[in-house]
Ligand binder design. Structure first.
Ligand code: UD2
Length: 301
């Protein structure tokens, strides 16, 4: 929207080419392939790194394969960016999964990091390598710890898609909703639109820091900062199911399935730091976001 050229590197493992607006260059390739990444970063002014295998369950089945995408992929990118010989800020996706099961809610950035999944461990390692990228190789980075992201175009079909798309799709088809466990587990749901705002704000401060570094006397950016990207509002899974059914104007048909093994009970983040530093404002209300997902899915087939 700012008249800049955009280049995308994507393996299209879950995304679709049709989701890209016209005029965007697509390199179909793997984030852990140095040649593909080199081609993707050549000449860019900034980079958003979102490539990952975000399914916690896939990390259980394919520990090494997900590690390659999630951590080796990130290091491959930092390594290619540092070869650019000029400061190219990298804004990368971290995750609430770095915290594990945190007792103090809402979770602040300073909370103990004790990931309980391969996915969370790799995301935490990405943050550690971001410090190296910044400190040793002068690559400016900002990490964003996404909580539960949802919105239109999240494909509800893969078995480990987000709960919002799965529930909305079920309700749309008039099918029953499966709740794992008692439904009292809570999550912090944030729309993809708010995440995009956060990504751009992070790019803005990183770019500002690059400019500041070039002019002595101005404050220097801290090395590799990270921010929670969340709303600060906890919603239980059962509450989510009822809200979606109400918005769709149908009775909620709920079945209880066994709880997911090793699942985190409560996850809600503090958005305060991101609000202060990135200037983020009030996020979209859950009902409005859910309505947009239902609208995108459309009427039942
Ligand atoms: C999210 C992220 C994951 C990781 C993690 C960090 C998604 C899709 N996944 O996992 O990548 O960052 O957070 O902690 O955003 N549920 C049901 N029925 C269903 C599907 C889900 O009850 O059919 C429950 C599930 O048990 C969980 C909640 O809904 O309590 C959210 O599940 P999810 O898979 O959308 O996301 P989560 O929090 O496991």
């Amino acid at each position: 929207g700012e008249g800049r050229a955009v280049r995308v590197l994507d393996a299209l493992s879950t995304g679709l080419r049709a989701n890209l607006p016209p005029g965007v260059e697509l390199i179909e390739g793997d984030i852990a392939d140095p040649a593909a990444v080199e081609a993707a970063v050549a000449g860019v002014d900034g980079c958003f790194h979102l490539a990952a295998i975000a399914s916690v369950a896939r990390g259980v089945e394919d520990w090494l394969g997900t590690h390659r995408a999630n951590l080796t992929g990130t290091i491959t990118l930092f390594d290619e960016v540092r070869r650019q010989q000029r400061p190219v800020p990298v804004i990368y996706a971290s995750s609430a999964a770095v915290y594990g099961d945190c007792a103090d809610l809402p979770i602040t950035e300073a909370a103990t990091k004790r990931p309980l999944s391969a996915y969370g461990a790799d995301k935490y390692a990405c943050e550690l390598h971001a410090v190296v990228a910044s400190h040793v190789h002068h690559v400016p980075t900002v990490g964003l710890r996404f909580f539960n992201v949802y919105g239109p175009r999240q494909d509800p079909r893969p078995p480990y898609s987000g709960v919002v798309s799965i529930f909305c799709e079920r309700v749309r088809r008039g099918a029953a909703i499966d709740i794992f466990g008692d439904g009292g587990q809570t999550r912090d749901f944030i729309t993809v639109a708010d995440v995009v705002v956060a990504l751009r704000a992070a790019q803005g401060i990183a770019q500002g820091a690059v400019t500041a570094r070039l002019s002595p006397g101005t404050p220097v950016f801290p090395d590799a900062p990270v921010f929670n990207i969340c709303t600060g509002i906890a919603t239980s899974v059962i509450e989510l199911a009822h809200t979606i059914a109400t918005l769709a104007g149908v009775p909620a048909e709920i079945r209880h399935a066994p709880p997911r093994a090793g699942e985190i009970r409560h996850s809600v983040g503090s958005p305060d730091l991101a609000r202060q530093v990135l200037g983020l404002t009030r996020p979209e209300a859950l009902r409005d976001g859910l309505r947009r997902v239902l609208d995108w899915l459309g009427p039942p087939d």
